[in-house]
Design a protein around this ligand. Structure first.
Ligand SMILES: Cc1cc2nc3c(=O)[nH]c(=O)nc-3n(C[C@H](O)[C@H](O)[C@H](O)COP(=O)(O)OP(=O)(O)OC[C@H]3O[C@@H](n4cnc5c(N)ncnc54)[C@H](O)[C@@H]3O)c2cc1C
Length: 344
């Protein structure tokens, strides 16, 4: 049996174990620690991110842009994310996000604007003031000043350090099932691997590239609107740019396909031709864990809470899911009100 850490919730001792140190497990662990609850966090891989979908994320905290294709709860829960990340990591970038389209796709950006809120239309001059290197390249764009971004890999390491400072050391190389934990409560955050218990989970393949170039500098994520190949570029430190991401209904992780590589690189080139000289330093793939409606859920079964279905919003919605899981751990009434999982 895996040991648990004892703490006091609602005046009575409770033991909590969290399985999986992706963004769901890390945010749940930090949220419980913030409420004075120490936890045990188990991860099957040898190091952070080695087998986590979270490692490949763009790190956009973009509740308003996401509303273009996502349901309202994504925006409602997503607005919680900024405050949470601001409190837990350094280097959280609140520079907004930019949405652009080629002249031939101008109908698509008008549609994007209609479906989203909290944006401003920009002309070519205003785009150039925000991102000087994109000056004169695009006639119109949308700016979402309330959005933000982070580097997911740095953020995961910072959350791990935050936990360590509070006495929680991630137990690596430990592959568990909830039943292996002799605890009052277990939070299962195993991402797509939890499909053995959550058969309605599906995988949505996402492919990404990391490019390196000193020829371009951007301050914020830039999305290129396109009906068939919507893509984005997220700037990172050290002249790195994350370029993503495909959305393919496939549960075969595999490698980045030639077609996806062509689409991603064409989008980068359309954004700025200097990307043609960039070095491709990484090509990554993983399966986003998603339910049919692409919304995350908390399910309850016996003493287990399953936090899953974060789809393309793990960093955006992780904080809200963690808050709900912590509320349910600390409040028996809320725990019993969680949707019970019939299939797991
Ligand atoms: C290309 C791409 C771009 C994305 N961009 C964004 C973005 O910009 N913004 C955003 O918010 N989201 C984004 N996402 C989505 C985000 O990455 C996912 O929603 C998120 O990673 C899901 O997190 P998770 O913790 O549920 O799963 P995971 O990150 O997969 O974590 C699960 C963890 O559980 C561990 N585990 C599994 N089984 C066991 C076991 N039995 N015992 C112990 N440990 C176990 C795994 O090793 C893993 O570390 C993107 C995803 C992709 C693929």
């Amino acid at each position: 049996m895996a040991p648990c850490t004892t703490f006091t919730g609602n005046g009575k001792p409770v033991k909590v174990a969290i399985i999986g140190a992706g963004v769901a497990g890390l945010t749940c662990a930090c949220e419980l620690c913030d409420r004075g609850i120490s936890v045990a966090l188990y991860e099957r891989s040898a190091q952070l991110g080695e087998a986590a979908c979270s490692w490949y994320a763009g790190g956009m905290i973009a509740p308003w842009c996401e509303r273009e294709s996502a349901e309202q709860p994504v925006a409602d829960f997503g607005v919680e994310a900024q405050g949470w990340w601001d409190m837990h990591i350094d280097g959280f970038q609140k520079c907004g996000s930019l949405v652009l389209s080629m002249q031939r796709d101008k109908r698509d950006i008008e549609r994007f604007a209609r479906l989203t809120r909290h944006h401003q239309w920009l002309d070519a001059n205003a785009i150039g003031r925000l991102e000087p290197e994109l000056a004169d390249r695009f006639e119109r764009g949308l700016f979402y000043p309330r959005e933000a971004h982070l580097d997911p890999r740095r953020a995961m390491h910072q959350l791990a350090a935050y936990l360590l400072e509070r006495g929680v050391e991630i137990q690596f190389n430990t592959e568990l099932q909830a039943e292996d934990c002799d605890c009052d409560r277990v939070i299962d955050c195993r991402g797509f691997s939890a499909r053995d218990r959550l058969p309605e989970l599906r995988g949505v393949k996402g492919e990404m590239l990391i490019l390196e170039t000193a020829e371009i500098s951007l301050s914020r994520p830039v999305r290129l609107v396109h009906l068939r190949y919507p893509t984005y570029v997220v700037p990172r430190e050290d002249n790195l740019f994350m370029l993503g991401a495909t959305m393919i209904e496939s549960e075969r992780r595999g490698s980045v396909t030639a077609r996806s590589m062509l689409e991603l690189l064409s989008a980068a080139y359309a954004l700025h031709p200097a990307f043609a000289e960039a070095e491709i330093v990484e090509a990554g793939v993983d399966l986003r864990p998603a339910y049919a409606d692409n919304l995350p859920r908390l399910y309850r079964k016996d003493n287990i809470i399953f936090v899953n279905g974060l789809f393309r919003h793990g960093f955006l919605l992780g904080p809200a899911m963690a808050r709900q899981a912590a509320d349910a751990i600390l409040n028996e009434q809320l725990f019993s009100e969680l949707e019970s999982c019939a299939s797991c």
